[in-house]
Write a protein that binds this ligand. Structure first.
Ligand SMILES: [Fe+2]
Length: 380
């Protein structure tokens, strides 16, 4: 039986910060307590030992697949580079967000690009070369012609463990304010004002034609395979009620405090972006994640587009908010996403859980990842 001993740590459990150590046997946490006398113990030098972080929604892989405008990188190399940054950020379980539903300006999710990325992840995972455990989160943009067949093409992928329902039609949800949409989208694409106006008209027409029937089909497909559903950018009580009726269990990035509060009342987990915490607000002008945390309405943080923001936001919240101690902040990125996504074998430093562990030292207020283990194996 392979045994590892971690000593001289501040062990962050689901409720406490305990001075002591952890014993791992065969990749599973076996004991928590005083390990100072164990021979061959790893001296953690007083650092925090926290559970490996669980990331439910990141499109970070896209930035490695398309590192420059119109430059596409080989998928295997993109996956490996993405994985390295994920693991070095303390994330041991990642749901890689892949998009389906193509609009005409989108050159990332066209053709078979997303399937190729999913297959590259599957091959690298089977070969045992990835540092983190990779699962798939399929983001379904509903107001597109190819949404349903593209979704169906993913259903047999064994890594598919989460599906989200998105509608980025301008004028609602993430972009209730058209000026914010134009600022974001014009900046991203370089479209002129008349081009933006024409584009908005097309998107509104596609929404009217496609969003409702596609939503029904995607919900049916997810249910047929027992895959958990997330709703995206819910803004109004009607959005939340529709999500709850559809059997959605995670509310991703609700854009208003009211939508977050109603999501909670309807039993959905409220997920917000860690970059929103780090930056002190939303880049789209929506509700602040920290404000939701202060009102007790935040369940899960996601690094969204900056992997390291996940760990950074945890320490920032626990330092800024007297009502949130370190174990509570850590739960937002470990136990809560584990429970919400049905991964009961991890997410906590507790006996019987996977030994996904991160050694963290705080230097001048910033948490530094010193070492990372997945199921007891050092991966970063
Ligand atoms: Fe969004």
């Amino acid at each position: 039986m392979a045994e590892q001993v971690f000593a001289n740590c501040r062990v962050v459990t689901a409720r406490d910060v305990l001075p002591g150590g952890v014993v791992v046997r065969d990749g599973v946490i076996a004991e928590i307590g005083d390990t100072t006398r164990a021979p061959a113990a790893l001296d953690c030098e007083g650092d925090y030992l926290i559970p490996g972080l669980i990331e439910l929604h990141t499109d970070h892989l896209e930035s490695h697949f398309k590192p420059r405008p119109k430059v596409f990188w080989p998928v295997e190399a993109a996956v490996v580079a993405h994985d390295a940054q994920i693991a070095a950020s303390g994330i041991t379980t990642v749901f890689d967000a892949l998009r389906v539903g193509t609009s005409k300006d989108d050159d990332v999710s066209i053709g078979s690009n997303m399937r190729r990325l999913a297959e590259a992840i599957g091959r690298a995972k089977t070969a045992g070369v990835l540092r983190a455990d990779h699962l798939l989160h399929l983001r379904c943009e509903l107001a597109c012609d190819d949404t349903v067949p593209e979704t169906a093409a993913f259903l047999d992928d064994p890594n598919l463990r989460l599906i989200s329902l998105m509608d980025h039609t301008p004028g609602q949800r993430q972009f209730t304010r058209l000026d914010k949409f134009k600022e974001y989208y014009g900046g991203k694409t370089g479209m002129s004002e008349p081009e933006l106006e024409a584009y908005i008209g097309e998107r509104l027409a596609a929404h009217d034609r496609l969003a409702a029937p596609n939503r029904r089909r995607v919900v049916e497909l997810a249910r047929s395979r027992g895959i958990p559903l997330a709703s995206h950018d819910d803004a109004t009580s009607a959005h939340v009620e529709e999500a709850a009726e559809d059997g959605v269990t995670i509310a991703e990035f609700p854009t208003t405090a009211d939508a977050a509060a109603l999501s909670r009342r309807r039993g959905l987990y409220v997920l917000m972006g860690a970059p929103n915490v780090v930056r002190g607000g939303s880049h789209s002008g929506n509700v602040s994640a920290q404000a939701l945390a202060e009102s007790g309405l935040l369940d899960i943080l996601s690094s969204d587009y900056v992997p390291f923001s996940l760990l950074q936001s945890v320490f920032a919240l626990s330092e800024r908010l007297p009502g949130i101690d370190l174990p509570a902040a850590v739960r937002l990125v470990t136990r809560n996403p584990a429970v919400a996504s049905g991964l009961e074998d991890r997410g906590e430093i507790a006996r019987g859980k996977r030994a996904d562990l991160v050694q963290v030292r705080v230097v001048e207020g910033l948490p530094m990842v010193r070492s990372v283990w997945r199921e007891g194996r050092r991966v970063a």
